[in-house]
Design a protein around this ligand. Structure first.
Ligand SMILES: Nc1ncnc2c1ncn2[C@@H]1O[C@H](COP(=O)(O)OP(=O)(O)O)[C@@H](O)[C@H]1O
Ligand SMILES: [Mg+2]
Length: 223
């Protein structure tokens, strides 16, 4: 199992009140799953992704990634797990402006001390994006930026790709390209966890969940 979440709860405490954002959330992700979680703005989608992506350590319940309970891992082990096994895609592309697209895509490998521009180029070719390899982020479209961000997330061959509203900023045409990319990633065996407020985008998942009022509910009829 790639991800096993049990009784996950999370609340934010501010001066005068406690807000419960997630309440007893349970779900699993298997190899090759494309899980989509749909919910309105403020329903806790990013909060949930940050927990699964080991970007936030403050929760109750159990999170197991790749067979390891996060509670049993040191900070260093968690960092290594994150860099090697999880790729992130955010709503607003986070490409580094001073690097070309191909340099951006190779960056996660460079961080591990294993740069390989040739491999990064092969990823671009596989997704028919080789024409933008040498361009800078400011020279490409919003859709191309998101697709490049997906390839960067894929660079270290992660078992899990986490996407937070990856099409939130895109028109229909570019949304479809991005969602097709994510679908093909899952068909090749990496797992995808996507959150979105868009019901149409959520349909790309093989399992669809709804998040509202802290509760995560599986949509029936999805396989
Ligand atoms: N760091 C924080 N401190 C306090 N409240 C927060 C914090 N981050 C998020 N929230 C609150 O938690 C709720 C869920 O936020 P979020 O996970 O960002 O929702 P979504 O991604 O679905 O729009 C919102 O009510 C938001 O205001
Ligand atoms: Mg969000």
């Amino acid at each position: 199992m790639i991800v096993e979440i049990k009784n996950l709860s999370k609340s934010y405490t501010q001066v005068h009140q406690q807000t419960i954002v997630l309440e007893d959330v349970d779900f699993d992700i298997s190899k090759g799953d494309f899980i989509s979680i749909v919910g309105p703005s403020g329903s806790g989608k990013s909060t949930l992704l940050n927990l699964v992506g080991i970007l936030d350590d403050c929760y109750s319940g159990s999170i197991k990634l790749f067979g390891h309970s996060l509670l049993s891992l040191s900070d260093n082990e968690k960092s290594i797990m994150r860099v090697k096994n999880i790729g992130f895609v955010f709503q607003f592309d986070s490409l580094l402006e001073e690097f070309t697209v191909i340099e951006n895509i190779d960056m996660p490998a460079r961080i591990l001390g294993k740069p390989d521009i040739k491999y990064s180029m092969s990823l671009l070719e596989k997704f028919n994006l080789e024409d933008i390899a040498q361009k800078f982020p400011m020279e490409i479209s919003g859709g191309e930026k998101q697709r490049a961000a997906i390839l960067r997330a894929l660079r270290n061959c992660p078992a899990l790709v986490i996407a937070d509203e990856p099409t939130g900023n895109l028109d229909k045409y570019n949304s479809k390209l991005v969602l097709d990319d994510l679908k093909s990633i899952s068909l090749e065996g990496s797992s995808v966890l996507m959150v979105t407020h868009n019901e149409e985008a959520a349909k790309y998942g093989n399992k669809i969940y709804h998040l509202a009022n802290g509760k995560l509910v599986r949509q029936q009829g999805t396989i």
